[in-house]
Unconditional design. Structure first.
Length: 252
């Protein structure tokens, strides 16, 4: 067992209050491209930020719609990986465990995690871009070249995700920030730490005295402020971490 993983495991005591912040990296091993992979993938000829802003949607709603329908198809084909499963198991080993994700997929829930805060919305929900009425897609609307019209006001329907330049769901952000203030461990997994305000949560936790643990194959802004950097893929590091936590309990 890796020495750094054994060292990290000691912070997950039975009375630990854990906040876990995840990003696109936790779903990478499920075949869901991270944001950066998406930019080098099929849609590399487009600026990904153009596809994820209200201005981009206003300019070319059909292009944005087709991009999100393509991502929806990808997500529907994806299954949770060993990293998602390990986080669901880790939650059961700690007194309190709040999962805060920037992901718009539902792989944490599919793996059995409860108490999941989605800071950036969901790719499985749709609403009117004007009056915000929720909208259920038909198969025909999914295959169409343009977004459907809202049944209430006839304006265009949009994906229920947070785009660049938009506010995050306030209650979710507030709950995450409060939990970050109070937690004893902040476990960060698979996020580049570049997207505000999620990127602030590890800093809030650190300033309040929590132990910050970062899991990522690459060093970055979070690993540089973390107490422990567990370098590697979440699908490999997290199951080993959970084994180490369970071993400690068994030998206690
Ligand atoms: P990001 O693409 O900016 O960063 C991904 C991070 O994951 C990088 O630091 C990378 O080194 C790391 N990574 C890659 N493979 C990994 C692995 N196997 N295990 C652990 N880490 C791995 O993603 P972000 O920080 O989440 O921010 C981008 C935004 O894009 C988010 O707001 C999110 O809403 C959105 N997004 C979501 C999904 C999804 O829902 N699955 C996918 C792509 C983008
Ligand atoms: Zn409407």
């Amino acid at each position: 067992m890796r020495e750094d993983i054994v060292r990290a495991a000691q912070f997950f005591s039975a009375d630990a209050a854990v906040v876990c912040l995840t990003g696109a990296g936790v779903s990478a091993e499920s075949g869901v491209p991270t944001f950066r992979d998406a930019q080098t993938g099929l849609w590399s000829q487009f600026d990904a930020e153009e596809l994820a802003t209200p201005q981009g949607f206003a300019r070319d709603p059909g292009l944005v719609w087709r991009w999100y329908m393509w991502r929806l198809e990808q997500l529907e084909a994806a299954v949770p990986n060993t990293g998602h499963a390990a986080l669901a198991r880790l939650a059961g080993l700690c007194e309190s465990f709040l999962l805060v994700t920037q992901n718009v997929d539902d792989l944490h829930e599919q793996a059995g995690s409860v108490d999941v805060l989605h800071l950036h919305g969901s790719l499985f929900s749709f609403r009117c871009a004007s009056c915000a009425a929720p909208h259920n897609l038909t198969a025909e609307q999914r295959g169409a070249d343009l977004p459907p019209a809202c049944g209430v006001c006839s304006e265009l329907v949009r994906p229920g995700v947070v785009w660049f330049g938009e506010s995050l769901p306030w209650d979710a952000v507030e709950e995450a920030a409060t939990a970050a203030h109070r937690c004893s461990v902040m476990l960060v997994v698979g996020t580049s730490g570049l997207v505000y305000p999620a990127s602030q949560l590890p800093l809030i936790a650190r300033q309040a005295g929590a132990t910050v643990i970062d899991v990522n194959p690459e060093p970055g802004p979070i690993s540089s402020i973390a107490d422990i950097f567990l370098q590697g893929k979440s699908g490999e590091v997290l199951p080993a971490l959970v084994r180490a936590v369970a071993d400690r309990r068994a030998s206690a």
